[in-house]
Design a protein around this ligand. Sequence first.
Ligand code: AP5
Length: 218
Amino acid sequence: MRIVFLGPPGAGKGTQAALLSKKFSIPHVSSGDLLREAVTEKSAIGLKAKGYMDRGELVPDEIITRIIIDRISRGDAKTGFILDGFPRTERQAKTLDESLSKVSLSLDAVIYFETSKNVCVERLAGRRVCGKCGVNYHIKNMPPRKDGICDHCQGELYQRNDDKVDTIENRLTVYSQMTKPLIDYYKNGGLLKEVSGDLELEEAQRDLSDILREAQAA
Ligand code: AP5
């Protein structure tokens, strides 16, 4: 089952993908996480990507596309994947289609998280991430048991550089200009399903699970 999660920053794509990848036993492939790993490792790609990410701009298509195509070609993605944060431009979407079709594969569904702007801003500004295991929290909606400390590994929580208010605004603008047109791209391809990103975690997860079960059965 090959699924894409599409939606604005803060829609809950990463949170839901992490839970559903366990439930459906397919890898969660997050373009943002892969780029942040490269930044932490200070690899050549990470050094190139960092500035774009800190400003809330998209990293160049050729960099991210190579990373994603490599990742979904690995053995654990043979039975499928949830792509979170990729594609984000029409060029990325076309390259993904072409590379899947070279191995006689295609996407099963693209799930669009329709989310209000104020919800996105509130979620991003309150997000905290574990520096050790990467789990996401929210200071109000999903607080850790102990302030600033991860429930799972006791790692310290930090705020992402791009979760500062000015950068959030820029990310939302970039999303509207560069990524939102993919809604029509996938609608025209007959792949688009829609959920509300404004819903509470469990409700949204129920709707997403239904769509994933349908895709699995098809
Ligand atoms: P990336 O890491 O992909 O960031 P994003 O798309 O901006 O997505 P987010 O992680 O911010 O939002 P999300 O929808 O996953 O929300 P989450 O579940 O975390 O990308 C970062 C940067 O990398 C980009 O700006 C760009 O520079 C670069 N990049 C990445 N991919 C690229 C690509 N394809 N092309 C070019 N550049 C690329 O939730 C947010 C918060 O809300 C959390 O605190 C969570 O706890 C909380 N929350 C989640 N769901 C709910 C809910 N239902 N109710 C209440 N709170 C909730």
